[in-house]
Design a protein around this ligand. Structure first.
Ligand code: SF4
Length: 94
């Protein structure tokens, strides 16, 4: 399963966390929604393998504890999404 690429149309912002939006539904601790918008992570499918933390060149992600979530008890939170110009590398691309 992958993140819903149309989540901005299909979901509502229900909260804010560390400077980024949280897209519902959220029913803690089992359903945690999508964190972030430009660097969005679906917490409900994140398995906490850490690949994004290892590969991100600008350190967007930080681990956050999510006890009792069925997929994993930590998640890669896009905690540093706000200060990053995520569109800079897209200039001139379709
Ligand atoms: S840790 Fe990162 S790469 Fe791994 S599942 Fe979670 S969001 Fe995806």
């Amino acid at each position: 399963m992958a993140i819903d690429t149309q989540f901005e149309d299909n979901r509502e912002i229900v909260d804010e966390h560390d400077g980024h939006d949280v897209w519902g539904p959220v029913e803690e601790p089992e359903r945690l929604g999508i964190h972030g918008t430009h660097v969005a992570v679906d917490f409900d499918i994140c398995i906490a393998d850490g690949a994004c933390l290892e590969d991100c060149p600008v350190d967007v992600f930080e681990w956050v504890d999510t006890p009792d979530h069925p997929e994993s008890e930590i998640k890669a939170d896009p905690a540093n999404e706000a200060p990053i110009d995520v569109d800079a590398g897209r200039t001139g691309r379709a």
